[in-house]
Write a protein of this length. Structure first.
Length: 359
């Protein structure tokens, strides 16, 4: 794909279908033109406006005259983990450029999940997260998040035979990379729309998950605006502990968060995923597990227990296997489905909480 650094450059892939309809109407073109553009942008993955062969030359020229073009992320580096996860370091074509990371995570059941970043950094400062150490970064745009998906296609193709089987493709997308998706709501919503639209990427809504640290005013909105899965990074059952791990809890305390989860418009046969990073001596006691059961009682949830993934500069540690198993068993005995999620990509710093975009 081409890169265009002209100052007035506008990436056509930043436009949703509604935006494209508005654009074509503004350009006195028929509405079906918007659908044509949409297909080229989010299904065929062309690299330039000139590759859109069923669009007239005149209309293509008019788009370019308005400053529109297409550009892509550059894959700066890839690291293949022992478990076949691939961490990608990507650079945006913007001025200034920013670095982001995305991770491809294969599963035994032939799923291939892409963990997408929604911001180039994060302002929330969670204690257990390496992204937080780099501080805040800007929101990523629709074209940049879609660019992560296209970069993943490129990386998969380059690794077919070596790492992935013939025909491998991204089957699931989780918005759990760098950043808090609900603080970039409008662009994230546009991204979710193209992910699940059959005229674009066509993923099932069940195969797309948004993970939040608990931006409570936006949770219900997400439930109204989209049918994708919701995951909440909880990590503690009391405000004091949660605030010490996740400063955002001060602004949006547990009571408010739990109320939002109770009110969440869950679709039939769906559950909210609760993510709980288990940290030795911090939140891994059976007492904490019992409090968690009380806190979540009556809400349709499943809990993913993620043993802490250490990184340079943290004093936090991963609990022993026995402690992890006891914690899980306490939750299960209390009637909540809890699974210990084996973190993938640990050896290449691609596991949960380990993304930093530092080469
Ligand atoms: S865990 Fe998520 S919300 Fe918390 S600092 Fe890291 S990227 Fe931000």
């Amino acid at each position: 794909m081409t890169t265009d650094k002209k100052e007035n450059f506008k990436d056509l892939r930043d436009l949703s279908l509604d935006d494209l309809l508005e654009l074509v109407s503004d350009m006195r073109e028929k509405p079906y033109r918007a659908r044509q553009l949409y297909k080229w942008l989010f299904s065929v993955a062309v690299g330039s406006i000139d590759e859109m062969t069923d669009i007239s030359k005149k209309f293509r020229a008019a788009l370019k005259a308005r400053g529109f073009g297409l550009r892509s992320l550059t894959v700066k580096e890839t690291k293949v983990s022992k478990d076949d996860s691939i961490k990608m370091l990507l650079e945006t074509p913007t001025v200034p450029a920013v670095l982001i990371e995305s991770v491809l995570i294969p599963s035994d059941d032939s799923r291939l999940t892409l963990c997408v970043s929604t911001q180039a950094g994060c302002s929330l400062g969670c204690e257990f997260c390496m992204t937080a150490m780099g501080g805040a970064g800007r929101n990523l745009t629709l074209s940049e998040m879609v660019g992560e998906l296209y970069a993943a296609r490129e990386v998969i193709a380059a690794n077919v035979g070596e790492v992935y089987p013939e025909g491998a493709r991204v089957t699931n997308v989780v918005l759990m990379g760098m950043g808090e998706p609900l603080l970039n709501y409008d662009e994230v919503l546009k991204f979710l729309d193209v992910l699940v639209d059959t005229a674009a990427f066509g993923l099932s809504q069940r195969k797309v998950t948004v993970s939040t640290a608990g931006i409570t005013p936006m949770i219900r909105r997400l439930g109204q605006d989209s049918d994708v899965n919701l995951a909440v990074s909880l990590n503690a059952a009391t405000d004091a502990l949660r605030t010490s791990l996740m400063p955002i809890n001060k602004k949006y305390p547990l009571k408010e968060l739990i109320e939002e989860l109770r009110a969440y418009p869950l679709k039939k046969q769906r559950m909210i995923t609760i993510e709980y990073i288990l940290i030795e001596g911090v939140n891994d006691s059976l007492d904490e597990a019992a409090k968690l059961l009380t806190l979540l009682s009556g809400i349709d949830v499943k809990i993913n227990l993620i043993p802490f993934n250490p990184f340079k500069g943290t004093k936090l540690k991963r609990p022993s296997e026995d402690v992890i198993a006891d914690f899980r068993d306490t939750l299960t005995a209390g009637g909540i489905r809890a699974v210990v999620r084996a973190s993938k990509g640990l050896d290449v710093y691609a596991a949960c909480g380990q993304l930093s975009a530092r080469s």
